[in-house]
Ligand binder design. Structure first.
Ligand code: GLN
Length: 309
């Protein structure tokens, strides 16, 4: 086993879990009612090792929408299908040093990286336009969801239509980013902005739970091979690039500090989830809806930063 004393290891996870439970800091995302209604007490942690050992504690089967945790996944699919050279003709690799939805591009007029909204919207446009362009939006939705499912070893992945509709209604900033990028000729030639935006909102509105998300993290930890199904879902090179950018850009404007204190690739979302990858060892999903001012889960960050005393 990759973690020989798994039970002893789980005792630590349990202890860290209880330590973070009474943290009442932060606020649940309030920009759409479906997220605002989330119970701030939800708190769950799931672990899957690359050889398939599992441990879960807390609210690990409650569904939530992926939100920004979909960004590394759509980026991974783009890399896998198009190659890094092509993807990075359109999107940079630099932390933005700004908020996740700020109206800003880099010096080359490209989105800074695929882990913030501008980059993720552009990544969705690459998926939509450059991979089998003949696919309708419906077919591309199935194609993407199927990828997410395979990353999760066939475990719970759904779609929350109410969240999708709300996201689309409350998306002034995301549309602004879309128009700003179109003005700067960021998109591939055939891109249709409305379709790309819808596709981005759909990816944000895919639904999972801590357990299935931890399996996705474990597939990333395992070089793209799902630990339970043993399917090779992604190429190792694609996974390497995803993990690099999760490491430098995955925690919004806290990414530098997170890299310094924790030193592991991670990605957070406004749903309160945090995907954490320990390469060649395990994947974790840590979920609690209340967020800090930068948009990261308060308990999630605390959990990752616990030190063994
Ligand atoms: N749906 C959200 C948005 O586009 C996702 C952002 C996030 O999770 N930080 O604003």
């Amino acid at each position: 086993f990759v973690i020989p004393d798994f039970q002893g290891f789980c005792k630590y996870i349990e202890e860290f879990y209880w330590r973070c439970k009474n943290n009442t800091e932060g606020k649940v995302a309030g920009y759409i009612p479906q997220l605002a209604r989330m119970n701030p007490d939800y708190w769950g942690v799931s672990v899957v090792t690359i050889d398939g050992q599992r441990f879960s504690i807390g609210d690990t089967s409650v569904p939530f929408t992926l939100q920004s945790c979909s960004k590394p996944l759509t980026y991974a699919i783009a890399l896998d299908q198009l190659g890094a050279d092509l993807v990075h003709k359109y999107i940079g690799q630099e932390p933005s040093g700004r908020n996740f939805n700020e109206l800003v591009l880099d010096y080359n007029k490209k989105p800074h990286n695929p882990m913030i909204n501008a980059g993720a919207i552009l990544c969705c446009s690459l998926l939509k336009t450059l991979i089998r362009h003949e696919m309708t939006l419906a077919e591309k939705f199935d194609f993407t969801m199927n990828y997410f499912k395979r990353l999760a070893g066939g475990e719970t992945i759904g779609f929350n239509n109410a969240v999708f509709l709300s996201e689309r209604e409350a998306a002034d900033r995301n549309y602004a980013l879309g128009f700003y990028m179109r003005e700067n000729k960021c998109f591939p030639d055939k891109a249709n902005l409305r379709e790309c935006m819808d596709f981005y909102f759909q990816c944000c509105s895919m639904e999972a739970n801590c357990e299935s998300m931890s399996m996705m993290a474990a597939t990333l930890a395992n070089g793209g091979i799902c630990p339970t199904t043993e399917e090779k879902v992604l190429k190792p090179d694609s996974v390497r690039d995803v993990l690099s950018l999760m490491h430098s850009c995955g925690m919004y404007d806290y990414s530098g500090q997170f890299a310094f204190k924790v030193g592991l690739p991670a990605k957070s979302g406004v749903c309160g989830a945090l995907l954490l990858v320990v390469p060649n060892v395990m994947g974790l999903c840590i979920w609690s809806p209340p967020l800090d001012s930068l948009g990261n889960s308060c308990r999630g960050v605390q959990f990752c930063e616990v030190r063994i005393t």
